[in-house]
Each structure stands twice: as C-alpha cells, then as structure tokens.
Design a protein around this ligand. Structure first.
Ligand code: SAH
Length: 468
C-alpha cells in the first residue's frame, strides 16, 4: 500500500494553491467546498478564479511562486501547467514539512486527491494512485449509480439518531444487528419518496422494538450454503449473513475466498471434517451451535455447497429447533451444479438424460442401503458425492446391475476453484484412471451420457426434436 486514504478537515485551515488556470480553478472549487482558507499564487490569474475569490474569501497573490509562499499553510497544491514549477512547489513544501499534491503527477506528490462521490455526510473516495485512472472512473460510475441521492439523507438521519441508538442498545453486536436490519428495511424507500417524517417515525419504532428485545433473545443460527468454492457463487443472502455474523462455524469444504467475505471481527471456528481427517463430532457441533446462540450471538453455520444436500443441515436444524433456537436456512449452490457448470456438463440434456439424481456413496453406512440396481436401470444422470474412495465398488455395482460398461463418467475435482481438474472415462476404466491421476479432493462423480466429452460439430439428436 503506497497511499493511506485519509480525510482532512480543512475548514478554516490555510491551504496554498499554486496556479491560475483551469486546472487550478477545479482544485479551488474543491478546496473551497471543503471550507479551506485558500491562497492562490500565480503570475496570471484567470477571471473565473477572481470571481470565485470574491464569493469565497480566497486570497489572491498575482506573482511568481517563491519557496517562502508555502510557510504558514497546512497543505500545498501545485496546479500550474509548468512541470518544473510544480516540482519546485513540491520541493518547497517538502522542505517545510508539508504535504503537497501535484495535479496529475503522483510521482511528485506526497498527497493525492482521490476521485470522490459526495453524498455528505457519506463520502466515498476512490483512487488507483494514478495507476489506472480509467478503472477508478469506471468503478466510481458504478458506485455512483448505487448510491443514489437518498444515501446522503440516510447517512444524515443515522448521524442524528446515533446518540439515541447507542444509548438504547448498549451492546455493539446488537447495534450492528439493528443497523443492518434498518438498511434492509423501508428507510431508503421512504427517503426516496421524500417522506422524511415517516422515515423518522419508522426509525423510532424500530429502535423501540429493538430495545425491548433482550440480548439473549437475539441469538439465532443461520445455516448457510457457501457454494462449491468460487466466491462468486455465494448467494447475496449468504453474503449478508456472513457480514452479520458474530461467530462462524465452518467446514473444511468452505473456501478461504468465501471466508474472506465475512465480517472481519467475526469469531471463526473450524469444525472441519474431511474424509479420514480430524473432525469435530456432529454432537459437539450441535452443542456448540446451541451454546453460541444462547449467548445472544448471530451464529452462521457455513457449509460447502448447500446445507441440505449431504450437509447434515437437517439434523442441525432439528436439534436447534428442539432447543427453542431460531434457524434460518440460506441455500447454496451444491457441488453437482457447480461441477456441471464449470466442467461444461449439462446435467440434464434432451435426448441424453431426463433427470438428475444426487447420491451419496456414504449413505450405506448410516442404515440406508443404496439401491444400485435402481440407479443402474435409470437413465438419469447420477451425481455421486463422497464417491472417490468407493469408485471401484460403485462402478462395479452399476455394471453388475446392467448399466453398460461404456457409460461415460466424469470426475470433477475441486470444482469451480482455480485448481479444478476434470477426468473423463467410462464405468469400465474410471476407477483405475482416478487412482493414477491422484486427484485433489473434493471430487464429484458424474455418471451418464451427459458426462461424455462434448465434440463440437457432432450430430445432436436432441436438436432435431421439436421444442416442448
Ligand atoms: N453440502 C455439500 C456436499 C457435502 S458432502 C454440497 O451441497 O455440495 C462432500 C462431498 O461433496 C465431497 O466428497 C464431494 O463429492 C462433493 N463436493 C463438495 N464440494 C465440491 C467441489 N468444489 N468439487 C467437487 N466436489 C465437491
């Protein structure tokens, strides 16, 4: 990080602006808007600066810049069209221990002025430190569209209410909860419609109700699906949950990219389980969830993929409800969907597979036997979770029950992540190929015609059929 962003309170403070042309005028507008006491030095000063000077009490010195001009100021801005003069100004400022912004010259500057979105009291500053001004501009335009004119009014409203909110909700976590509820609520809409008195009343009602709710009653658990790995595949609701969380209990399957999106000061507990490795027993996780929620915390139980697809989310939900704790489930993109999309495998495809079955190779150990005969007969695509270790057995069972040995199989390892690998084969050879390839886990196994490599230009029988 070369530049530390910092907001200066320039009200009434002396600032020296060197330059008398159009560029200087732009800076002068900004500085006077911030309330600075500006002195302009230049041998020739533009009439528009003269006019602004009259309106805003700017001091003008129509003379060449000399090093002694910097003294007595808090900040110096060099905005002439002469690079040598600008450099001279920068040196004089440096020698006097002052920060200096040289317009359009990051190298010569000790301070830069970012691109800003002014929704006072909300202020957004964007800078690439001169590296890519176009990028900064594009980002600014995007943010500008998001932060419409009511944003400033909203910030001002919250500023006015802040002392009362702090007094009513002593606990920082409860306040955070309250604010995020507010921002999701109707406040912005009311302000947009110009109904500021209604917005004020809505805020008051929300605060009263929040103050009545006891701290412990606030505790709840969100079972959140983190998706298969790529952070872009997290849902917006999942993201919001991560930003509200006081504590996050996550699996090994959850990628660090997704965890990075969580509120920085949320406590993180790794209850990771991965085939064979160290694991926190389910009973301990259940107890931990109850205990954390009873402490009045917003608990996010973050799981790879979807919490209700081989994620034991159902058990956790039942346990929490049995203990009287509120549970919300935020779905995620399950591994099969992530793997299908990123490996280019259409899980259902007209003429190749009419349906999709999500199977776990491990259910057998928990009392439910897997009906391989039924799966072998079916023409649905089989998406098999946790199947890597049992691949040989699975392939043999499907073949033994009549599924052709030539049935295509794809293994998608680390789906949607940067280190994704795809290995293709058939029910005859996939187990051997997998052993040889030493795939990274986790691995999802896709069985069925759709798993075959798609050959560009190959006749597609489905395309000839009429649309439904
Ligand atoms: N709840 C998860 C599944 C947990 S079971 C979900 O909905 O995706 C764990 C199994 O999921 C792994 O053994 C593997 O088969 C599969 N899996 C999860 N994430 C994966 C990924 N990024 N790539 C491939 N397989 C994955």
């Amino acid at each position: 990080m070369r530049w530390l962003p910092l907001f200066l309170d320039l009200r009434g403070r002396p600032v020296l602006l060197v330059g008398g042309g159009e560029v200087a005028l732009r800076k002068l507008r900004l500085l006077t808007a911030a309330g600075a006491q500006v002195t302009v030095v230049a041998p020739l000063i533009d009439p528009s600066i003269h006019q602004l000077a009259v309106e805003s009490g700017v001091l003008l010195r129509e003379t060449r810049f000399a090093a002694e001009h910097v003294s007595g100021h808090r900040l110096v801005v060099a905005a002439t069209d002469d690079a040598a003069v600008n450099l001279q100004v920068a040196h004089a400022a440096e020698a006097a221990g002052l920060f200096c912004n040289v317009v359009d010259d990051g190298e010569a500057s000790s301070a830069i002025v970012p691109s800003i979105i002014d929704r006072s009291p909300l202020m957004v500053a964007i800078s690439t430190g001169g590296a890519a001004p176009m990028l900064a501009r594009a980002i600014r335009e995007r943010l500008e569209a998001q932060l419409d004119e009511t944003t400033g009014a909203l910030a001002a409203l919250l500023q006015r209410w802040r002392p009362r909110i702090t007094a009513a909700l002593g606990d920082a976590a409860r306040r955070r909860d309250f604010y995020s509820g507010l921002l999701r609520g109707a406040l912005s809409d009311l302000l947009r419609q110009g109904r500021s008195a209604d917005a004020e009343r809505a805020l008051e009602a929300a605060l009263q109700s929040a103050a009545r709710t006891s701290a412990a009653a606030r505790g709840r658990v969100l079972l959140v699906g983190a998706g298969p790995g790529d952070a872009g595949l997290l849902t917006l609701r999942g993201l919001r949950a991560l930003q509200e969380a006081d504590v996050i209990l996550h699996d090994k399957l959850v990628s660090s990219e997704v965890l990075d999106l969580a509120r920085r000061d949320a406590e993180r507990i790794d209850v990771g389980k991965r085939g064979g490795g160290e694991s926190t027993p389910q009973g301990v996780i259940n107890e931990l969830l109850v205990e954390q929620a009873r402490r009045g915390r917003v608990v996010v139980r973050l799981k790879g993929g979807d919490p209700f697809v081989f994620g034991r989310g159902g058990e956790e939900r039942e346990h929490l409800l049995a203990h009287g704790i509120d549970v919300e489930v935020v779905p995620g993109i399950t591994a099969a969907l992530g793997a299908g999309a990123s490996a280019g495998i259409a899980l259902t495809h007209r003429g190749r597979a009419a349906g999709l079955r999500l199977l776990s190779a491990e259910n057998g150990s928990e009392g439910l036997t897997i009906d391989w005969a039924d799966h072998a007969r079916s023409r649905d695509t089989l998406a098999i979770y946790m199947g890597l270790g049992a691949l040989e057995r699975i392939a043999a069972a499907l073949r033994a029950n009549g599924r052709s040995a030539a049935t295509p199989v794809a293994l998608v390892a680390s789906a949607t992540r940067r280190d994704q690998q795809v290995l293709r084969g058939t029910l005859a050879d996939i187990a051997e190929a997998a052993a040889a390839a030493q795939l990274r886990t986790p691995v999802l196994c896709i069985v069925g015609e759709v798993a075959a490599e798609f050959a560009v230009g190959a006749a597609d029988t489905a395309a000839a059929e009429p649309a439904p």
